[in-house]
Design a protein around this ligand. Structure first.
Ligand code: ATP
Length: 350
């Protein structure tokens, strides 16, 4: 069992709260990503879970045991970061064995663990090489292997792919996920790359200013963000302010916005009379029927291969839409519609 639970975690540096009032539960075998802009506290939170930082307040339990004050080497966790963390003067085999020797794991057991990891990561052709004789992706696999031979129940990743090129990153992402599943590991993964977070995770914790703003599945974070920060950080939604006109008993909300009047369908009542709402650029339907009919002049057009990105002047403001429809030019006026359920109600305007 390798679940994690954190309660009221707080980390202060000289009175500045880098992490504040953070609490969560992670189930055994779950893959969680900490996502957020630079400085939001991702690494600080990860370092508290790994034991390299002692929290100012709060508790951390691993597999039901209070480890808040337990040093890192006594926790059942392994930390994996960028590939340059390999020992440059040791061969791949020696790098892989390093932690096991330190823990005085007997040679026979050491060999068995090594074989399992070398096989899973396809490292056997490289065992005698030094790190500088390997490609970036191979070095990354060794770094991962070095964490895995320790057979932790929790594996922690701090931006492990940031020094790999885009194609390799895709490949290693798939590999990390496969191994995490095969070994039944609980994983916490730090990144500021939203595409990576959405692609890899069972759940994503979106962080802002030391707090978890929303924790949810990738699908819900994208489709049902709860705040404009999450809506904007994940997938560039159109966010705008709205005056709530009426709310009927079926959850249909009439809104006045700078785009014009909009009808939103929501199971959650609006949290104020002046709120923010969002909708996704790809939800704009150029077949143009339904209640939310909008039109605008195309001010910028960017062909993206499988769709075209359009910037529009609409009502008293602007918006972005994506369409597969060919032939639209800058200067054209187009009409599109949005379904009421595609308009998501967010927080109140302060
Ligand atoms: P990045 O994506 O840039 O790595 P992050 O989300 O991981 O950022 P942290 O490294 O956790 O952010 O830092 C959170 C805040 O705490 C930042 O404002 C940082 O300057 C501050 N901080 C982190 N470590 C220390 C430290 N040892 N002493 C003082 N301040 C620190």
């Amino acid at each position: 069992m390798g679940g994690i639970s954190a309660h009221d975690l707080r980390m202060e540096f000289d009175g500045f709260a880098a992490v504040a009032d953070v609490g969560f539960e992670v189930a055994t075998g779950e893959f969680i990503t900490l996502l957020g802009p630079s400085g939001c506290g991702k690494t600080t939170l990860l370092r508290m879970i790994s034991g390299f930082l002692a929290p100012t307040a709060g508790t951390i339990h691993l597999a039901g045991e209070d480890v808040t004050r337990t040093p890192p080497e006594k926790r059942d966790t392994a930390l994996c970061f960028q590939s340059y963390a390999l020992f440059p003067h040791l061969t791949v085999r020696e790098n892989l064995e390093f932690g096991l020797r330190q823990k005085r794991v007997p040679p026979a057991d050491r060999e068995t663990r090594l074989e399992a990891v070398v096989g899973a990561l396809d490292l056997s052709p490289h065992l005698a090489k030094l790190p500088n004789q390997l490609s970036g992706g191979q070095q990354q696999r060794v770094a991962l292997g070095r964490a895995l031979v320790m057979r932790p129940s929790v594996i922690l990743f701090d931006e492990p792919l940031s020094n790999l090129d885009a194609r390799l990153r895709d490949q290693v992402r798939i590999e990390i996920r496969r191994i995490q599943r095969d070994f039944g590991l609980t994983a916490i993964y730090v990144t500021h790359d939203q595409a990576e977070a959405l692609a890899m995770s069972d759940r994503v914790f979106v962080m802002k200013g030391g707090r978890i703003e929303q924790s949810d599945t990738p699908e819900r974070l994208y489709g049902r963000p709860r705040t404009s920060f999450v809506a904007d950080f994940i997938g560039n939604a159109n966010v705008l302010e709205a005056e709530v006109r009426t709310v009927d008993g079926n959850g249909l909300v009439q809104l006045d916005t700078a785009l014009g009047p909009l009808l939103a369908a929501s199971t959650i009542p609006p949290q104020g009379s002046r709120i923010r709402v969002c909708w996704r650029p790809e939800d704009a339907d150029l077949a143009a029927t339904g209640p939310n009919l909008l039109s605008g002049r195309v001010t910028h057009r960017a062909f993206q291969g499988h769709f075209t990105d359009l910037h529009l002047e609409t009502g008293a403001t602007g918006c972005r839409i994506q369409t597969k429809q060919p032939g639209i030019q800058e200067g054209d006026t187009i009409t599109f519609s949005l379904k009421p359920e595609q308009i998501v109600l967010l927080e109140a305007v302060a």
